[in-house]
Design a protein around this ligand. Structure first.
Ligand code: SAM
Length: 271
């Protein structure tokens, strides 16, 4: 997968040379290039921002600089060339006022050949930038990584990139480790709790069933724990489950937790 990132702090992405991301680049699985938006400016100050139209505090990123940069990276330097879009990267802007980025988005984007990220700064980027590229047929996404405001898009891009790339075939040493994770798959739940050795640490034992060697019992224990934790922490995920996909034991656990499971999706019984 080819990944281009545009930022006024491209050095931020040196961190991508570490750990699994660095290994994936060394293996040729990923090719990450960070570009400095200021390289597409023409004035002596290399300015990328201007005051907001309509007034207000702060500065907004200018569309002209972004368009020169994006036209080049998208492979069309004039709008008339934009008709030949096959192979155009998915263009992604982090934005706190956009829909939330989820595991589902990460899974979808892990199949892309080329991603192009544009990191906002200041009060953000001129809203016409994503609108324009959408109008030219580019697959443009805007995503928030959570209900809080960061100084810039660099951290958000790093978060999205980790979530996306670890789902690529060949990225993880052991591919099984991404199969049963939180938020993963159709019946997404929070994962059960994890333990390692020793069996007793500072007087606290791991659950006995995990030492039993009985795989059926271990699987059931973990599934019940996943259902119980999800019920406590993210009941919205329980509401999204498909009742037809639940087995008898799942139904029993959910009923004991106060859910009615005979409709299409579980419904919380009144207290
Ligand atoms: N004025 C904007 C607002 O209130 O929605 C905040 C702009 S923020 C200071 C600057 C840039 O940081 C944004 O353009 C975006 O690229 C990035 N950013 C900040 N918080 C983010 C979040 N929660 N998710 C994704 N990107 C974020």
């Amino acid at each position: 997968m080819k990944i281009d990132i545009v930022s006024v702090f491209p050095e931020y992405f040196e961190v991508m040379n570490l750990s699994l991301m660095g290994k994936a680049q060394a293996k040729g699985l990923l090719e990450i290039k960070a570009h400095n938006l200021r390289d597409w400016t023409h004035d002596v100050h290399h300015s990328v921002d201007d005051t907001p139209v309509g007034g207000g505090a702060g500065m907004v990123m200018k569309p002209e600089v972004w368009s020169e940069c994006l036209d080049e990276l998208l492979g069309f330097s004039r709008p008339s060339e934009s008709s030949a879009l096959s192979g155009t990267p998915v263009l992604i802007f982090p934005n706190p006022s956009a829909p939330l980025f989820t595991q589902r988005d990460a899974t979808e984007l892990s199949h892309a050949d080329h991603l192009l990220f544009g990191c906002g700064r200041y009060e953000g980027y001129d809203a016409r930038i994503p609108d324009y590229y959408r109008s030219q047929g580019v697959d443009v996404r805007e995503y928030s990584i959570g209900d809080y405001v960061l100084n810039g898009g660099e951290v958000a891009v790093s978060v999205m990139l980790e979530a996306i790339t670890r789902l690529m075939p060949g990225f993880m040493g052991n591919p099984d480790s991404i199969v049963e994770e939180s938020y993963t798959g159709e019946g997404a739940l929070l994962e059960h709790r994890q333990y390692t050795k020793p069996a007793v640490w500072r007087g606290i034992s791991v659950p006995e069933v995990l030492l039993s060697g009985n795989h059926g019992k271990v699987d059931r224990f973990r599934r019940d724990e996943a259902l119980t934790r999800t019920n406590e922490i993210r009941p919205d995920l329980i509401e999204a489950l498909d009742c037809k996909a639940l087995d008898k034991a799942d139904r029993k656990t959910l009923m004991a937790l106060g859910w009615e499971v005979s409709a299409t999706h579980p419904r919380r019984l009144a207290d």
